[in-house]
Design a protein around this ligand. Structure first.
Ligand code: ATP
Ligand code: MG
Length: 332
């Protein structure tokens, strides 16, 4: 059967990109389709310079936003990565299957290590090995599908390679998963720099829409999006990335194809205004539910506690089997 796993890092305030690329589908479609697990992948937040108090705060906030976006703990499993030891246990085994060359080829490693270097910080070794932990996150649960934004597809490919390699060397142990990306808005771009992905860990600018921004701020950010000097509206991701980004965001909100939207709009100003309104309406219920949920931190903690118990029970047999397959004696 189908099993779904995905996660989000508590490295910053969640953005419109996280919502449209990933979380929204988890809530609207994925959790109802199959057994599914959604994880606050907090260990991954330690791969770049971090403040412990902030990670703690953001982990609760991220869990609260997952619930606010519509994940139902009666329907799916919501938990924190660090609550389930199986992730770290399996990571080590997979490090013995992966190569350093494979890790150094990862685009995100190149980008994030460059950023850490220019800011004068060392590059944490965990940043290099992070895709192996992500592979462990997925393989521990026998997930068949990993719903992610486009920027994560390379890591899911790596996960597939590691699963296939492990199975060939040590006997069939892991399900080989595949990534699923949304048809539109799989890569939401920064509104001030349409050549860069909108990312929650980037320095805050008016190009990033946060899910908890006030409606006024959301509208202002969208209306001031950088586009280009061309007249009219057309959908061309290469030539007109700023306009295409707005069309994809509006498309994700309304369900109308970006190409069809481009034909209906003559002026960028109206497109921006309509997109701003659509995003404000999209986020309104989420903000309201988050306000309720965050008023009761014990509720979120309880969801995470029960989620971890379920996740642990699912992961342990697979991870134990991997230990055995690799030649480690099991405790008698
Ligand atoms: P960071 O900057 O710390 O990497 P992030 O915003 O990229 O943060 P992640 O926690 O790495 O968020 O990713 C969570 C999910 O959101 C992943 O499935 C990822 O592909 C998706 N995602 C992140 N940014 C975007 C974006 N701009 N457009 C679409 N999907 C995105
Ligand atoms: Mg990311």
């Amino acid at each position: 059967g189908t099993r779904i796993f995905s996660g989000v890092k508590p490295t910053g305030h969640l953005t419109l990109g996280n919502h449209l690329g990933a979380m929204r589908r988890w809530a609207e479609v994925d959790q109802h389709r199959a057994e599914s697990l959604f994880c606050v992948v907090d260990l991954h937040a330690l791969t770049v310079e971090h403040d412990p108090a902030r990670v703690r705060r953001l982990s609760r906030q991220t869990a609260g936003l997952l619930l606010a976006s519509g994940l139902d703990p009666e329907v799916c499993t919501v938990f924190a990565q660090s609550h389930v030891d199986e992730h770290a246990r399996l990571m080590y085994l997979l490090e013995c299957v992966a190569t350093d060359g494979e890790m150094r080829r990862m685009i995100q490693y190149k980008e994030k290590s460059a950023r850490a270097r220019t800011s004068g910080q060392g590059v944490r070794l965990s940043l290099l090995t992070y895709p192996v932990l992500m592979a462990a996150d997925i393989l521990a649960y026998g997930a068949t599908e990993v719903p992610v934004g486009e920027d994560q597809t390379q890591h899911v490919e790596l996960t597939r390679d590691l699963a296939v390699r492990f199975n060939q060397r040590y006997g069939h142990t892991f399900v080989v998963p595949r990534a699923t990306v949304p048809a539109v808005a799989a890569r939401v771009m920064d509104l001030q720099d349409p050549s860069a992905k909108m990312g929650k860990s980037h320095a805050a600018t008016s190009g990033i829409v946060y899910l908890l921004d006030e409606p006024d701020a959301v509208a202002r950010k969208v209306r001031r999006a950088v586009t280009d000097g061309e007249p009219g509206v057309s959908y061309d991701r290469e030539a007109r990335p700023g306009v295409a980004n707005l069309l994809e965001i509006l498309s994700a909100c309304t369900g109308e194809e970006p190409g069809a939207l481009a034909e209906r709009y003559d002026g960028i100003g109206v497109l921006k205004a309509d997109t701003a309104d659509a995003v404000v309406e999209l986020l309104r219920p989420l903000r309201a539910r988050h306000a309720e949920i965050s008023a009761d931190p014990a509720y979120v903690d309880g969801v995470l506690r029960e989620g971890a118990a379920r996740a642990r029970a699912l992961a342990r047999p697979t991870v134990d089997a991997a230990y055995e397959a690799m030649g480690l004696l099991r405790p008698a």
